[in-house]
Design a binder for this molecule. Sequence first.
Ligand SMILES: [Zn+2]
Ligand SMILES: [Zn+2]
Length: 394
Amino acid sequence: MIKEQIQQLSKGIFNDVVANRRHLHSHPELSFQEYETSAFIGRKLDELGLTYQKMADNGLVALIKGEKPSDKVIALRADMDALPITEVNEVAYKSQNIGVMHACGHDAHTSSLLGTAKILTALKSQFGGTVKLIFQPAEEKLPGGASLMIKEGVLENPKPQAVIGQHVMPLIDAGKVGFRAGKYMASTDEIYVTVYGKGGHGAQPQQNIDPVIITAHILTALQTIISRSADPKSPSVLSFGKVIANGATNVIPNEVYLEGTFRTMDEKWRSEAHVKMKKMAEGIAESMGGSCDFNIVRGYPFLINEEKLTASVRGFAEDYLGKENVLDLDIWMAAEDFAYYSQVADSCFYRLGTRNESRRITSSVHTPTFDIDEDAFKISTGLMAYMAIKQLGN
Ligand SMILES: [Zn+2]
Ligand SMILES: [Zn+2]
């Protein structure tokens, strides 16, 4: 009974997984700088007798081959980078790198996947197929470690039929997981705009070209692209969080600077919207006597969970955890670079519950008070091992 064996093994490694997570949590490193983290993972893979290949600088890829005959391959992915946030939690494992914090749970993903590796290694004689472990750097920063690892061939030799990733979710109680088949997370593009006018005395608008008024029109008009041009059946979001018009009560500035984000779930529409937004902003600025530089930096694509794969691994999760512990997820308009895998391979990205209200562990990811209920590790390692073994057809 593979399930019982996995559950037993997962109990045995629990303290180890917690210790690894606490080590990583207290030594967080920013995207593209995960040198110590990468070395730590390498040492842990060495301890398991697993050889690995380095990719995208700090990424590691290892294979665990089941001893029964099978050509099937499945990839399991964990990310490893932290964020530029100063931790305020007073915990024994508080970040020792001031200004850097594992506030997105990537410490939990990495320690969980190391635990899964340990379980799978112990069970090698009992399954057929190959599990490819992907420890990925730089999820939090463009162009994203996933895109770099794919370019370097992480999904070749051997080519996985499926890629599975898990991510902590402080909205779900520890002990539970969440799935969503189909489109799940948004593409994200950064928008940088400078609107140019001609500044001067606020009392003499007739002599100036007011970039503040031009900006007001641009901001309002751009929202019609969401309300009038976007397909209402497919979500789109346009938000500008930075608007700097640094004049004064009586000074009209020369220019206004804006930053915003555009998110959607359709690659064709995404590109069309870029063209429309630029044209509209430039047209408005010009019609009012000014001009505008409208730049879009393309970020991650949207994330899609392949329907059949997701139904299948969700079923395995129900087997492993009981139906009551497997929840449905709603669309989430944040972005995640796992999306790159999902654009080229059948993929499933699911959520690991880490909330515990009684322990006051409720803070959102990317906040200085974020933490996880480590009881989540009671299921995170074994569940992934079980899903992988079952999905390989054992
Ligand atoms: Zn994050
Ligand atoms: Zn994350």
